[in-house]
Design a protein around this ligand. Structure first.
Ligand code: HEC
Length: 118
């Protein structure tokens, strides 16, 4: 798990360096990086957990505010998505790195990321 976190940190770092090289992602990750939940409590959780991956295309995470990218995910249903956060999915560690989040908060975070606003 620690190794995975370090790897992702490295990927994130490299992605930052390569920014000027002309990224080929359809949705601009710079756009996702300026988005923040309006609710201060949710924004605080988001900033210290989901944001570190869901605003960095190189992690493979669907980007915050990328409505088109999130739509096939939303089709799985909110219960499945919350479940996949709790258990971890692909490159995402269990709880999305928010160990103290409850299910309602995960749902609010997912809705925010999928729409780019809460
Ligand atoms: C360490 C990086 C990382 C963090 C932190 C992270 N995610 Fe993810 N997330 C990912 C990756 C990578 C994927 C794509 C995984 C996949 O397709 O299986 C993903 C996918 C998802 C999905 C879609 C799952 C599905 O079934 O399609 C949801 C929902 C999600 N994340 C929510 C969250 C929430 C909420 C948080 C914060 C509490 C969070 N993530 C934090 C990396 C992360």
């Amino acid at each position: 798990m620690m190794i995975r976190v370090i790897l992702i940190a490295l990927i994130a770092f490299t992605a930052g360096c390569g920014k000027d090289m002309g990224s080929t992602t359809e949705f601009d990750q710079a756009t996702s990086q300026v988005l923040q939940p309006a609710d201060p409590a949710l924004a605080e959780i988001y900033s210290r957990s989901c944001r570190s991956c869901h605003t960095v295309a190189a992690t493979g995470a669907p980007l915050t505010g990328d409505v088109a990218g999130w739509s096939p995910r939303l089709e799985k249903g909110m219960d499945t998505l919350v479940n996949n956060v709790v258990n971890g999915s692909g490159g995402m560690p269990p709880f999305g790195m928010c160990m103290d989040c409850d299910l309602d908060q995960f749902e609010a975070l997912i809705e925010f990321m999928a729409r780019g606003k809460d």
